[in-house]
Structures are given as structure tokens and as C-alpha cells.
Design a protein around this ligand. Structure first.
Ligand code: ZN
Length: 205
């Protein structure tokens, strides 16, 4: 089924800043690179996402008065977690991990490029309304099944998977090819949220 034309592998944010040594390093984030490369052999359709922020991005604690990374603030679209400055567009931190095989990727969705709004999901920015265009791309290619891997399980992967399921896509997350930030219980909370949305959670394919 994976090799069918109606299925796509979505590789979320496998970028230097989310790997050890990066600005927003996820514990053992680089461990997923090899399994993700291997998984790509099973798919004909492959999409990458890339977190891609301007330096004045609203989600950077450095751009908010009296704020520290991992605190939250209230913005017009809801609660926003503040992060260390990361994935600044064009920087080495925003580049894909050097060992990630990018050759089979057909489409790169960049997200978070507007200063005033963050975008965890591959489908919608954090207002849950502004579309990235990925849904239209998948629809135009008659892709109805998505398999997701990447960083981080409890943020960009979970938000993407929940949106995909809510859009009616058959959605699977391969947990062995994801790693989590796990901030204040976020991994457990987002695992439950994915289950409620009907996302299939599997260890391996
Ligand atoms: Zn970001």
C-alpha cells in the first residue's frame, strides 16, 4: 500500500536546529535520519516540511519583552509557546540534516515564514485557518493517505497529523522515526489528541 500513488510520506522538519547541537535541539533527534532515509524506499510520493522563520518571528523569546524560551504568551490566535531563535530562513540551522537523503523529495513545504504567526502544522498555521497549500497539493495529486515521521512528535508532527486526519486523510505516524520535545507533559497530551483525531500510531511500518 505504501508504494501506491495515493499515499505520501511526509517528513517533518528534519533540520539542523532540531538536532543535537542545534538552537532548539531535540534529544536524539538525529537518530531518526537513518530510519527516515530507509523508509523513503517504500514510497513513491515524498514531501518534506521545513521550519523557516524571519529573524523577527513572534515565536522567538528574544523578540518578546521580559520573556524566556519555553514560556507561553497569549497572541490573537491563541497561546503561543516561546522558543529559542531557530530555523532562521537561509541559515545553516534551517538546513536539512546533512545525512538526510533529499533526492527523492518532490515537494518542500516551508512554514512559519510570516513574522506574526507561527506554524507547527504542515497544513495550517497556528490560527488553524491560514493554509500552507499542502492540502491542495495532495488533493490535486489524488493522495488520500499520509504517513508522517520527523521532529518533533508532540509539536509539528502531532499538529500536522491531527490536521491531516481532520481533513479526511488516512493518517499514520511512525513513532520510531520521530522524537519528542516533551514540554510539561506535551508528549502524552498530544499522543492522546492524535488518538482522538483518529491518527494511527505505529512503531514501525
Ligand atoms: Zn519554528
Amino acid at each position: 500500500m505504501n508504494s501506491s500513488e495515493s499515499t505520501a510520506l511526509i517528513v517533518i522538519d528534519v533540520q539542523n536546529d532540531f538536532c543535537p547541537g542545534g538552537a532548539l535541539a531535540i534529544n536524539k533527534g538525529d537518530e531518526i535520519v537513518a530510519p527516515v532515509n530507509k523508509l523513503m524506499d517504500q514510497f513513491n510520493n515524498i514531501v518534506f516540511t521545513q521550519d523557516w522563520h524571519p529573524e523577527d518571528h513572534v515565536s522567538f523569546a528574544a523578540n518578546q519583552p521580559n520573556s524566556a524560551p519555553f514560556e507561553t504568551i497569549e497572541l490573537s490566535y491563541g497561546t503561543q509557546t516561546l522558543w529559542p531563535s531557530h530555523c532562521v530562513m537561509g541559515s545553516n540551522g534551517a538546513a536539512f540534516h546533512a545525512d538526510l537523503d533529499t533526492s527523492k523529495c518532490q515537494m518542500i513545504v516551508r512554514k512559519g515564514f510570516r513574522s506574526k504567526i507561527d506554524s507547527y502544522s504542515a497544513f495550517f498555521e497556528n490560527d488553524h485557518t491560514t493554509a500552507t497549500g499542502l492540502h491542495g497539493y495532495l488533493r490535486d495529486r489524488s493522495i488520500s493517505n499520509v504517513v508522517m515521521v520527523g521532529l518533533a512528535t508532540d509539536y509539528c508532527v502531532a499538529w500536522s497529523a491531527i490536521d491531516a486526519a481532520n481533513l479526511g486523510l488516512e493518517t499514520t505516524v511512525v513513532l520510531s522515526a520521530c522524537r519528542a520535545i516533551d514540554l510539561d507533559g506535551s508528549l502524552e497530551a498530544q499522543t492522546q489528541a492524535m488518538k482522538r483525531a483518529g491518527v494511527n500510531l505505529v512503531e514501525t511500518l
